[in-house]
Design a binder for this molecule. Structure first.
Ligand code: SF4
Ligand code: SF4
Length: 296
């Protein structure tokens, strides 16, 4: 049973405990095979905003939209500031430095979360807000589903979560299913990405490192109360530790994609439509039918 009749798109996040597990390849393939076997209205959302690379798979894509993402960052006018430090006390993110003896007052933009508390705190009208660009959102028409949308963090900005939030707040009403390609790891950008996902697909590989990183992500997702299943990528490599861990922890395996040198070199060429391998079709068919089982 699935809930695609709901107005809200069904959201599948694809995550992994670490980079290099093939998470992006799986995300792109899932979109391709979902469009073939489930719904043509499937959108791929590249939430790995620090290093978005889903686009590499679509060299014939066409950009259809571009939007800058801004944050309002406070600026302190030291001519009006009395260096009372009230704003420092109010800032929960330690983003303000005020040193009265040398009449220094400044906001650290990379720590500021644009909450506005300091502006409320200041009784001297010394703080105003400036619009600062932290990244962009790009929409692409591809030959799969309803295309690809990516968030791209501006180099030097530390505001991944703000770009991801802006990306996810776009209007995606033309999609029935959205695939979030999440950043790797277990940090705040991952939490922001999977927070509203209806189902989380974890991609892992059968190596001891894979098990450790997977267990960290599983713990995080348990705390977030997320429904999860695992795809074992490059199966046949490594050992059985991953399978034992999944069995002991009662985590369903959605499918296993065997390691094959051919797949690796084909995908490295990027163009998914020209290079997708028909041999992977059965694996993804099984994965999709397993995902459907977990949808209420
Ligand atoms: S609250 Fe206003 S006056 Fe006081 S230190 Fe901050 S900016 Fe300056
Ligand atoms: S807007 Fe919020 S986070 Fe940013 S400096 Fe002011 S109080 Fe701190």
């Amino acid at each position: 049973m699935n809930n695609l009749s709901k107005k809200e798109p069904f959201k599948i996040a694809v995550a992994s405990g670490k980079g290099g597990t093939g998470k992006t390849t799986v995300s792109v393939n899932l979109q391709y095979f979902i469009s073939k076997f489930w719904s043509e209205k499937v959108l791929l959302l590249d939430c790995d905003v620090e290093e978005p690379n889903d686009l590499i798979f679509f060299p014939e894509s066409e950009i259809t939209g571009n939007k800058e993402v801004h944050l309002l960052v406070p600026f302190i006018d030291t001519q009006k500031c009395t260096f009372c430090r009230k704003c420092v006390d109010w800032c929960e993110f330690n983003a303000i430095v005020v040193i009265p003896p040398v009449k220094f007052a400044q906001v650290n933009q990379s720590l500021c979360h644009s909450c506005g508390a300091c502006i409320v705190a200041c009784n001297n009208g010394a703080i105003s807000e400036n619009k600062v660009s932290i990244g962009e959102i790009n929409n692409y028409k591809t030959q799969i589903g309803v295309g690809l949308t990516e968030g791209k963090l501006k180099i030097g900005s530390a505001m991944q979560t703000s770009v991801i939030k802006a990306l996810k707040s776009e209007d995606f009403n033309n999609a029935e299913i959205i695939i979030y390609d999440a950043p790797p790891g277990t940090s705040c950008p991952v939490v922001t990405t999977v927070s509203d996902a209806d189902f989380v697909v974890l991609v892992t590989e059968p190596t001891p490192f894979g098990v450790y990183d997977l267990s960290l992500t599983v713990d995080l997702l348990k705390e977030m109360n997320k429904t999860t299943g695992v795809i074992v990528n490059k199966s046949g490599l490594g050992n059985n530790e991953v399978y034992e861990y999944l069995e002991q922890n009662n985590i369903p395996i959605l499918g296993a994609i065997p390691f094959n040198k051919n797949y690796a070199s084909k995908y490295a060429q990027g163009n998914i439509l020209k290079n997708i391998l028909i041999e992977t079709e059965d694996f993804y068919k099984e994965i999709i039918s397993n995902i459907k089982k977990y949808i209420n």
